[in-house]
Design a protein around this ligand. Structure first.
Ligand code: NDP
Ligand code: MG
Ligand code: MG
Length: 340
């Protein structure tokens, strides 16, 4: 069984009188910084001058350079994009860390794949909310919290886990429940999930279904609704009550089609390929490719992003969504910008 932790397991003293530096004020940064402050902790934000800096000041934080934040903090939580962290750590954080400080992450990539190698006298922990940043904040404001993971990579003080739990409590996670994991497990399962299922798997499945219908002469608008739009309704049911709840809600015809056809789509060959994908995550092949891609200024990433935006499903989708008055205006504004 996994170790689960709740409010009652937290030693609230663990972060008393400590200064927490949040490095980066994006999706996770703005949410974690504000939740910690509302929980009574002393928070400073470390950034470079720019949009995020201005926003953090507007939100009432003391904002300083990354180097200064690192030098003043007892806990340094690194919440910049993963592919930026190693360089900023090397140039601005490493030499400024206090002895005995705690270095914290919300994803294990840079520690697990050796891009950041902290000195032996600091604690290295992970507190990873299992949720996008805006939900970390919103759910906290509603008086609850999102579930989270904690892990300890290096325990110089002997109190690393206590610190991790107190931090998790400060951002609300212990209200929902916190699971203990390792940097290795979090990193490898996170990468596998997004590649094989959540992002890579789902987007290719959606496009393949859409293309099949359109190539057979059906209207792209109908294909969009069947293969993309309705996905949300199905996923919401799974989220609420697993596959059984989804199957309870759909028609028996749909359920029979689910059982008879699913395994013809996700075949033994697909499962074999998933194992290969996992092996390439475990042996560092994926990490190396992504690190080198960034060092080369992302030629393949940018080309692929452009090609994906040109796919028919995106064109017809943008048109259809502009008629869906219930979709939130921010999404539409973003799309209008992309279309310019
Ligand atoms: P974001 O892309 O939202 O973070 C961007 C922030 O980093 C901005 O404030 C940006 O400031 C700042 N930043 C970028 N480069 C620098 C730099 N050189 N110096 C100082 N600040 C810089 O990141 P996320 O919140 O998405 O991810 C943060 C971490 O959390 C990652 O490890 C990620 O894996 C993890 N995570 C993210 C989740 C999510 O929901 N997004 C979910 C769970 C974990 P500027 O405006 O100046 O560019
Ligand atoms: Mg991820
Ligand atoms: Mg249908």
């Amino acid at each position: 069984m996994v170790n689960m932790y709740y409010e009652a397991d937290v030693n609230k003293e663990a972060l008393r009188g400590k200064t927490i530096a949040i490095i980066g004020y994006g999706s996770q940064g703005h949410a974690q910084a504000q939740n910690l402050r509302d929980s009574g902790h002393q928070v400073i934000v470390g950034l470079r001058p720019g949009k995020s800096w201005d926003q953090a000041v507007k939100d009432g934080f003391q904002v300083v350079t990354v180097a200064e934040a690192a030098s003043r903090a007892d806990v340094v939580q690194i919440l910049m994009p993963d592919e930026r962290q190693a360089q900023v750590y090397r140039d601005e954080i490493a030499s400024n860390l206090k002895a005995g400080a705690t270095l914290c992450f919300s994803h294990g990539f840079n520690i697990h794949f050796g891009q950041i190698v902290p000195p032996a006298d600091v604690d290295v922990i992970m507190v990873a909310p299992k949720s996008p940043g805006h939900l970390v904040r919103r759910v906290f404001q509603e008086g609850f919290g999102v579930p989270g993971l904690i892990a300890v990579h290096q325990d110089a003080s002997g109190k690393a886990k206590e610190t991790a739990l107190a931090y998790a409590s400060g951002i609300g996670c212990t209200k929902a429940g916190v699971i203990e994991t390792t940097f290795r497990e979090e990193t490898e399962t996170d990468l596998f999930g997004e590649q094989a299922v959540l992002c890579g798997g789902v987007s290719e499945l959606v496009k393949a279904g859409f293309d099949t219908l359109v190539e057979a002469g059906y209207k792209p608008e109908i294909a969009y609704f069947e293969c993309l739009h309705e996905l949300k309704l199905i996923v919401d049911l799974m989220y609420e009550g697993g596959l059984a709840r989804m199957r309870y809600s759909i028609s028996d015809t749909a359920e029979y089609g689910d059982y008879s056809t699913g395994r013809r789509i996700i075949t033994e060959e697909t499962r074999k390929e998933m194992k290969k994908v996992l092996a390439e995550i475990q042996d560092g092949t994926f990490a190396r490719n992504w690190i080198l891609e960034n060092q080369a200024n992302r030629p393949a990433f940018n080309a692929r992003r452009r090609l994906e935006a040109e796919h028919g499903i995106e064109q017809v989708g943008a048109k259809l969504r502009s008629m869906m008055s219930w979709l939130n205006n921010e999404t539409k504004k973003e799309e209008a910008k992309v279309g310019q």
